[in-house]
Design a binder for this molecule. Structure first.
Ligand code: AMP
Ligand code: ZN
Length: 490
C-alpha cells in the first residue's frame, strides 16, 4: 500500500494524507442540487470524487466511508417545484396544495435521474456509505443553528436567522479557503440568497423565514416558532456531523464552491460544534466546452443525456474526464471523447489478449514486469492523482510488451494488475473477448427514419443532408433491401 499525496486547498500545498482514525477515510462530497438533470460539468465533480475514493481504496489500501449529499431544498428546487412552475413535468405526478409534497415529488424525479446518470458513468451505489437528502436532516440543522446562536455567532432578523460574520471574525479567520477582501464589508449587512459573489461578503442566512407558497418547517427558538427552511450552507455542516463526525478526513467539491459554500461551512461547524470540519479540502477545476464556459446561451450546455442521445458512450466520457488531471481545466470536445474511446479500446484489446493467453487465470503474485507496471501506475496516482502520467506509463508498457511475446505466467500476473487498475478507472472488461452489440441511440434512429422518408419522397438532397449529419455524429449508414443498417464509425 502506498502513501497518498494530495493537494490541499486549505494549506495550498501537496501534503501526505493520513486518516485521522485507523485505516478508515471519512470523506464528504458536495453532491447535486436535484432541480434539473446534472450537466457534464457537475459530472466532472462527481467523477473526481469517485476517482479519489477509488485511489484511496485501491492504492492507499484504506476503507472508505464516503458520503455525498443530495441538496433537495434550496432556492432553485423551491422555485422550480412551485405551483405554476413551467419546470413541472407530468411524470412527477400531480401537484398538490402542500409545497413540501411538491418539492418532494419534484426532487425525487431528478434524484432518480441523477442515480441513473452516475451509474452510467461507472459510479457505483455500493461505494457510498450514504447519500443523505437534506430534507431528512432538518432537525439536526436546527440543533446546529441553536448551538451557533448560543455561542453568540448568529442572530434573528425578520424571522430569519443569520450568521454574524463580524462576531466570528473576532475569534477566527473568515476566508480560510479563499482570500476575502473585507474593504467593502459592512457589519450587519445580510444576504438571503444561497449563492452569492465574493464582493457580497456579508452575514449569510442559516434559516430563512417562511414565504407564501414555499415549503416550511416549524423551528422553536426560546419558545417562539420561526417557521421556515434551512439555508444551503447549513445543510452540509449538519449532515457531515451526523454521518461522519468531526473532524472528518476529506471534503471535496468543485472550485466554485470554495466561496461562499465551503467558507461558510467551515465557519458554521466551528462556531457551532467548536471543531473545524476537516483539515483536507480537495477541489476539482472546471469543465469547459471547446474552450468556453458552458452556458445555455452559448448553446454548448450538455447533460449526460444530451451526449448519450448524440451517440456517445458514457464510459468514454468517464475515461476522457479521468484521463486529465483534476486540477487543470478540462476542455470538453467531441474529438477528445473519440480519442479517449480509441485509447480505451486499445487497452481493452490488450486485456482480451492477456485473458486469452492466461486462459482467464489471475497470477497469484505480482512480480517482475507486472510489478513494475503496477508500481509505476500506482506511484503516479498516489502523487496527487496524476492520471495523465499513470496512463502514459500504461500505454508505453502496452506498446513495449506485445502479448504474443510474453509468457503465460506473465500474462496472468498482468491480468491481475490490469484488474486492479480497472478497480480505479472502471472502464474496461476483465474478461474474454466479447462481440459487443452496440445500441444505436434514438437520435440516430430518428434521423435514419427521416432519411428513409425523404428518400421515399424522392427528396435526395434532404436524404444526403441527413446522412451527413449521421456521419458527423460518428455513425455510418448503409442502404439495405429492408431499409438501412447503422453502425458506429470507429
Ligand atoms: P450543484 O448541483 O450546482 O450544487 O453542483 C454540483 C457540483 O458540480 C459542485 O461540486 C460544483 O462545484 C460542480 N460544478 C459545477 N459546474 C462545474 C463545471 N463546469 N465543471 C466542474 N465542476 C462543476
Ligand atoms: Zn455542500
Amino acid at each position: 500500500m502506498m502513501e497518498i499525496r494530495l493537494y490541499n486547498s486549505l494549506t495550498k500545498k501537496v501534503e501526505t494524507f493520513v486518516p485521522i482514525k485507523d485505516n478508515e477515510v471519512r470523506m464528504y462530497s458536495c453532491g447535486p442540487t436535484v432541480y434539473n438533470y446534472a450537466h457534464i460539468g457537475n459530472m466532472r465533480a462527481f467523477l473526481f470524487a469517485d476517482f479519489l475514493q477509488r485511489v484511496l481504496r485501491v492504492v492507499g489500501g484504506y476503507r472508505m466511508r464516503w458520503v455525498m449529499n443530495i441538496t433537495d431544498i434550496d432556492d432553485k428546487t423551491i422555485r422550480d417545484s412551485k405551483i405554476g412552475s413551467l419546470e413541472w413535468k407530468t411524470e412527477m405526478g400531480e401537484q398538490t396544495e402542500d409545497p413540501r409534497e411538491n418539492l418532494k415529488k419534484f426532487t425525487n424525479y431528478y434524484l432518480e435521474a441523477f442515480i441513473e446518470d452516475i451509474s452510467r458513468l461507472g459510479i457505483k451505489k455500493e461505494h457510498f456509505y450514504s447519500m443523505p437528502r437534506a430534507t431528512e436532516y432538518i432537525k439536526p440543522m436546527q440543533e446546529l443553528i441553536l448551538k451557533i446562536m448560543k455561542n453568540g455567532f448568529a442572530y434573528i432578523s425578520e424571522g430569519s436567522v443569520y450568521f454574524d460574520v463580524s462576531a466570528w471574525r473576532e475569534v477566527d479567520v473568515y476566508g480560510k479557503l479563499y482570500r476575502i477582501d473585507f474593504d467593502n464589508f459592512k457589519s450587519g449587512y445580510r444576504i438571503d440568497a444561497d449563492q452569492y459573489e465574493r464582493e457580497q461578503v456579508s452575514d449569510f442566512v442559516l434559516w430563512k423565514s417562511y414565504k407564501e407558497g414555499e415549503p416550511c418547517w416549524d423551528f422553536y427558538i426560546d419558545g417562539t416558532n420561526y417557521p421556515g427552511r434551512p439555508g444551503w450552507h447549513i445543510e452540509c455542516s449538519s449532515m457531515e456531523y451526523e454521518l461522519l463526525g468531526l473532524p472528518f478526513d476529506i471534503h471535496t467539491g468543485g472550485v466554485d464552491l470554495k466561496f461562499p459554500h465551503h467558507e461558510d461551512e467551515i465557519a458554521q461547524s466551528k462556531a457551532g460544534y467548536s471543531i473545524d470540519p476537516t483539515a483536507f479540502w480537495c477541489h476539482n477545476e472546471f469543465l469547459e466546452v471547446e474552450g468556453e464556459k458552458m452556458s445555455k446561451s452559448l448553446g454548448n450546455f450538455f447533460t449526460l443525456r444530451d451526449l448519450i442521445a448524440k451517440g456517445l458512450d458514457p464510459i468514454d466520457i468517464r475515461f476522457a474526464m479521468l484521463s486529465a488531471h483534476y486540477s487543470s481545466k478540462y476542455n470538453f470536445t467531441f474529438d477528445g471523447i473519440s480519442a479517449a474511446r480509441k485509447a480505451r479500446l486499445k487497452v481493452q484489446e490488450y486485456i482480451y489478449d492477456l485473458w486469452d493467453k492466461a486462459a482467464g487465470i489471475a497470477g497469484e503474485k505480482i512480480e517482475g514486469a507486472a510489478f513494475e507496471l503496477q508500481n509505476k501506475v500506482f506511484t503516479e496516482l498516489a502523487n496527487d492523482l496524476h492520471s495523465p502520467k499513470a496512463l502514459a506509463a500504461l500505454f508505453s508498457f502496452i506498446n513495449e510488451n506485445e502479448v504474443d511475446k510474453i509468457s503465460v505466467e506473465d500474462a496472468r500476473k498482468l491480468l491481475t494488475v490490469m484488474s486492479q487498475v480497472n478497480d480505479i478507472y472502471s472502464v474496461w472488461e476483465i474478461s474474454e473477448r466479447k462481440e459487443v452489440k452496440e445500441e444505436i441511440p434514438q437520435e440516430i434512429i430518428d434521423l435514419a427514419e427521416e432519411r428513409l422518408s425523404a428518400k421515399k419522397a424522392k427528396d435526395f438532397k434532404r436524404a444526403d443532408e441527413i446522412r451527413n449529419k449521421i456521419i458527423e455524429i460518428g455513425y455510418s449508414i448503409k442502404d439495405t433491401k429492408e431499409g438501412y443498417e447503422i453502425s458506429r464509425a470507429n
